[in-house]
Design a protein around this ligand. Sequence first.
Ligand code: 13P
Ligand code: SF4
Length: 354
Amino acid sequence: APSDPDLVARARAAKEKLGDKVFVLGHHYQRDEVIEFADVTGDSFKLARDAAARPDAEYIVFCGVHFMAESADILTTDAQQVVLPDLAAGCSMADMATAEQVAECWEVLTEAGVADVTVPVSYMNSSADIKAFTGRHGGTICTSSNAQRALEWAFQQGQKVLFLPDQHLGRNTAVRDMGMSLEDCVVYNPHKPNGGLTPEELRAATMILWRGHCSVHGRFSLDSVNDVRERIPGVNVLVHPECKHEVVAAADYVGSTEYIIKALEAAPAGSKWAIGTELNLVRRLANRFADQGKEIVFLDKTVCFCSTMNRIDLPHLVWALESLVAGKVVNRIQVDEETEHFAKVALERMLALP
Ligand code: 13P
Ligand code: SF4
C-alpha cells in the first residue's frame, strides 16, 4: 500500500531540519516506506562500516534490528547516539544465544580439554554480550559476506571453531565453501546438559556449531527448490546462507543480501530467478528489475517477512526523527563500556580481515 502522504511529508521535513546531524541507515530487509528515507542501505557488513564512516553525524538512526544498532553504537564515537525506531525490533536468532548459555558452553569445552584450541567466531546476528565473549576469547565476528575469510583466519589461530549462533551459516561455510565434511561438524544444544555432546565428540569435531537458526530462512526447504525448478524451467536459485544446508546444497548461488542484489544487477535480460531470502527485499528487486525483463520470484509459496525487521515502519521512523528535531533522543541503544570494549575487539578483527 502507498505510504500515508502526511507521514512522508513529516519524515522529509524532519530529515531536512536535522540535515547532516542525522544519518539514517537501512538494512535491505526494511520496508519500502522506510528505505525511502535511508541515507545508505546495505547488508550487515556494509552497514557496520558505513555507521563508523560518519563520525560527524550526531545521531545514527538505525532502521534494522537490535544487534545491528548495538554494533553501530560500538563502532561509533562516544559522542554519537544510536537510535532504533522501535525497541521491539529484535532478532529471534540472536536471542538463541544468551551470555549465560555461552559461558556455560565454554566451561563444557574447558572440561573436555578443547577450549585452549578453540576460537569463537560469532555471526553479526548476536547480542553485544556474545560479541564481547568472542573478543575476550580471541575470536572474531563475521557476517554472511565474509564468513569464509573469518573461518580461515580462525583456523590460523586454533584447531577448532565454536560458531555462534547460526548453525546453518557455520555449516554452509565450512562444508560448501571450505570443503569440510558434515562429519567435521557437531551441534551444541544449549538446552541439553553438556550441549548434548560427549567430550570425545567435542575432541573429534572441527566445527562446533551453536544450535541457533533464523526462523525466516528456516522456512525454505528442499521442496521449495524442487517445486520452483519444476514450475519455472531454467530458473536460477539464489539463496542466503542462513538457509538449511540441503537448500544451500541444491541452490545455484549463495550469498548475503548485498551479493543477491549485485547478482541480479548483473543478470542478463530474460533470465529467471528464485530468491530465498526475506520478502521485502525480494519484492523490491522483482519490481526494480521487471522492466528489464528479469523474472524474479520468491522461493516459497507462503509469504514470509521478517516480523522484527518489519517492526520499523514509517510512523516509528517519523516519531524518532521528530523527537530528535525536538531535542529528545528516544530509543537510544547504548552498550555498556566493558561490553563495548571487548565487543569492539572482535568487531575490529572482522573489519581487519583480508
Ligand atoms: P546480511 O544482510 O548480512 O546478508 O544478513 C541478513 C540477515 O539476516 C540480517 O538479519
Ligand atoms: Fe534475525 Fe532472521 Fe530476521 Fe535476520 S531475517 S533479523 S536473522 S530473524
